[in-house]
Design a protein around this ligand. Structure first.
Ligand SMILES: Cc1ncc(COP(=O)(O)O)c(C=O)c1O
Length: 403
């Protein structure tokens, strides 16, 4: 018998439609379910098992003890903006002025500001899907309609038909959001497609929001960055200073700083005062003592970032071998980022599967529908971990599949 529907409490009924309709994260559901159980290998979140290294933490502690406790620059402290410019120049082999960089309280806030910079309520932002759910959710909260464009799962991995992307653009479209390498699919946009997207957006006068936070987690179809190591193709390769490209970025992944909530936006200098205003009217700035530590991450954190990237590279090999073993997983090794987004034959209901794998196999993974309707039927696992945990997870999964 179906349960009678519970009336919403009056306080909930009194909320704005945008707050009331903000979706629950499907990733958080598995995380909460798993935390109540002992010994589950946590592969649901977009983070690894390394804490932030001491040489970064120590700077924050010292800065706090030294009295960096006051209101601070809305755009970010000048030494950090300078370090961001130098870091970006080091990766892409061309100079970028510090005035293009704006410090935010996370990559998530960078996305939220980017959405508000380029779109008004009723406008549209086109994005490729499956996607990290926070982008469409941030659009919804801003009253902006997020328009998904389906990607295809092929034998070679996830693919995006850019003609389909362009066909989704209407007169109401204010931006195209490109997340490459992608969470959750690991897809990486080829350089030629980036060039085409930029030309398309220039011709229509619309923005690109470029989420390249996984740029250094590039494993196949990569080029060598100016820093001498693998790097994903980037809009940095094509843009002029006034191109309408908003890069959103974060300290979370390269330097294991997910809990710090620190990110940045790179944008044309000419809109600097508007970004400053949006920071002013949200967080009013990022704590100065955190910014000092972030500068250290950029200037001295390369060896550590390479260690994290190395974990992901080895993790990709372990899970590629592990997922191939049973013959039941539909999967292609991802080009970039640190996620496998795969299907299991005979298990189409991955919402339930996510919870069953917690109980029956002791592995926590995010169900694909958490990444939009185009993710239904898939699971996402995060492989940026030291080998032991991933090997155990693959053993558990294969034992469960063989049961
Ligand atoms: C594609 C993508 N963009 C942005 C972010 C934001 O990162 P954070 O809010 O931790 O800085 C994430 C985090 O997982 C992500 O996967």
């Amino acid at each position: 018998m179906s349960q009678p529907e519970q009336a919403e409490p009056a306080s909930v009924q009194a909320l704005s439609a945008r707050a009331a309709q903000s979706p629950e994260s499907g990733i958080v559901e598995v995380a909460n379910y798993s935390r109540e159980r002992q010994g589950v290998i946590p592969l649901w979140a977009g983070e690894g098992d390394l804490p932030t290294p001491a040489f970064i933490c120590d700077v924050a502690s010292r800065a706090l003890a030294d009295g960096q406790t006051f209101y601070t620059d809305q755009r970010g402290i000048p030494p950090l903006r300078q370090a961001l410019a130098e870091y970006t120049g080091w990766l892409y082999g061309r100079p970028f002025p510090a005035e293009r960089f704006f410090v935010t309280g996370s990559g998530m806030q960078a996305i939220q500001i980017a959405v508000n910079l380029c779109a008004d309520p009723g406008d549209e932002i086109v994005y490729h899907s499956p996607a990290w759910p926070n982008l469409p959710a941030a659009c919804g909260i801003a009253g902006v309609s997020a328009v998904p464009v389906a990607m295809d799962f092929t034998a070679a991995g996830w693919a995006l038909d850019i003609e389909r992307l362009f066909a989704a653009v209407t007169p109401r479209t204010r931006a195209i959001f490109i997340n490459s390498p992608s969470n959750p699919t690991g897809w990486m946009m080829p350089q030629a497609d980036m060039d085409a997207v930029l030309a398309f957006c220039r011709a229509r006068g619309i923005w690109i929001i470029a989420d390249e936070i996984y740029a250094r987690f590039a494993f196949a179809n990569v080029r060598t960055g100016a820093h001498g190591r693998p790097l994903a193709p980037s809009f940095h390769d094509f843009i002029t200073p006034e191109d309408r490209v908003l890069f959103v970025n974060t300290f979370s992944k390269n330097w294991a700083m997910t809990g710090w909530r620190l990110g940045w936006i790179e944008a044309p200098e000419t809109i600097g005062v508007k970004i400053e205003n949006l920071v002013q009217y949200s967080t009013s700035g990022v704590p100065a003592f955190l910014q000092s530590a972030a500068e250290t991450a950029l200037r001295q954190g390369d060896a550590f970032a390479e260690q994290v990237i190395g974990d992901a590279r080895r993790g990709r090999e372990i899970i590629s071998a592990g997922l191939a073993q049973s013959g039941r997983c539909r999967f292609a090794p991802p080009d970039g980022a640190f996620y496998a987004f795969f299907a299991i034959d005979g298990e189409p209901d991955t919402d339930r599967l996510g919870l069953r794998l917690v109980d029956e196999a002791g592995i926590g993974m995010a169900p694909g529908r958490a990444f939009g309707e185009h993710g239904a039927g898939y699971m996402r696992l995060c492989f940026v971990r030291r080998p032991q945990g991933l090997q155990d997870a693959m053993r558990r999964l294969n034992a469960w599949l063989a049961r």
